[in-house]
Design a protein around this ligand. Structure first.
Ligand SMILES: [Zn+2]
Length: 162
């Protein structure tokens, strides 16, 4: 799915959600949703505000961003996540980058797109459930932290041998 089509679909989903729940359909909400769907990967409200500022889209205040992220979460359009004690958000609509390698030491997040896994999740039978997105976190150590860990280990070993 290309970005324009994705944008069209999420705008429609938000519009439906607002209508069903009796919320007002404001230009700020749609500008915010668009800014989210123009970014890749994990974001936080501050990054979102900076992105919108840089792109000179509709001005929204900090409170609007925070309030609407909660609303988008309820609408199934974004998901809040905690990675190494820090919170962030990711878009959820047909999330195309669902597989993530998370370093538990430095917090580095690498996205990886394994087609086989992706297809398996998409083909998986989901009883009485309509999937709107998915994400999968794999935890471990990045190569840098792994190397640092080995160096520390070696140092300790050298010490005990002396
Ligand atoms: Zn690391």
């Amino acid at each position: 799915m290309d970005r324009a089509e994705e944008l069209r679909q999420v705008r429609q989903a938000l519009s439906d959600y607002l209508h069903i729940h009796g919320y007002r359909s404001t230009p700020e909400r749609f500008a915010l949703l668009e800014a989210i769907y123009m970014t890749d990967g994990i974001f936080n409200p501050e990054k979102l505000l900076a992105d919108m500022e840089a792109r000179k889209t509709l001005r929204v205040c900090r409170a609007t961003v925070y309030n609407n992220l909660g609303l988008f979460e309820d609408a199934g359009l974004v998901r809040k996540l905690m990675l190494n004690g820090e919170s962030g958000y990711e878009k959820l609509w047909h999330n195309q980058f669902g597989i993530r390698l998370v370093c538990t030491s430095c917090g580095k997040v690498t996205e990886c797109g394994d087609e086989k896994v992706r297809h398996q999740i998409e083909d998986m039978k989901k009883k009485r459930f309509t999937m709107t997105g998915w994400s999968l976190n794999l935890y471990g150590l990045c190569s840098k932290c792994q190397a640092a860990f080995k160096r520390k280990q070696k140092k300790l070993l050298d010490k005990t041998q002396k």
